[in-house]
Design a protein around this ligand. Sequence first.
Ligand code: 6PG
Length: 253
Amino acid sequence: MGLLVSRRIVVRKDAQALQGEAVQLFVDTARSAIKDHATFRIALSGGNTPRPVYEQLASEPACGQVDWSRVQVFFSDERFVPPDSPESNYRMANDALLSRVNIPARFVHPVSTVDISPEQSASIYEEGIRRVFVAELDRIPAFDLILLGMGEDGHTASLFPGTEGLKAQDQLVVANHVPQLDSWRLTFTFPLINAAHCVAFVVEGDAKADRVAEVLAGSDLPAARVDPTDGTVLWLLDEAAAARLSPEFRSAS
Ligand code: 6PG
């Protein structure tokens, strides 16, 4: 499907309403995936924006609406730091959600970042994804939902402007050196992201408004290259992040 057909933009009045929208998306997508194929395979995003979403998912009423015994959790990107580092996306999600719900430990798939090279970590993570999806080598695993954020520079996951990871076509996960941060990241690649059934950006705040408008207008920034082949891309925005969008971009809802 082309972008215009498979893209939906939802704007909510403030960050709290936006978080509620993201929580409901998680619950609804989990329910339909589990009903359809007995499992919900999701990739969580990192950074600051999703933390309150994860905290709400760990609390009632949302928590009781998800069959956590059937949820498989991966990470759409990870900083190459130890799992107990304050920078770790795994640590953030584990503190906010994963340690607070009855998800089987074997269904939580953190990126290996200790006593391993970034490249080895990326290939091990990719093998782990394929094992869970029991995917043939020639098929790209299709996540039920991939959550993504967007930076003020238009990066998403750890696909930053001007970095080698943007070019990956044969891998599902790559080690990506980010000179802007002088650090290594592990990230899903566009082929894996664009194989998903649903990709949802959750973006808030006026600092990102210009970039959101630029990306949705079709720039070549990394976030603009998220265009699922057979899936849907949702942009969940608060009014502040949507402030520069022209009227035709805003959904009726
Ligand atoms: C990360 C994220 C990254 C994040 C954006 C937005 O590891 O930092 O995966 O892609 O989603 O940088 O981050 P904020 O939500 O903190 O603005």
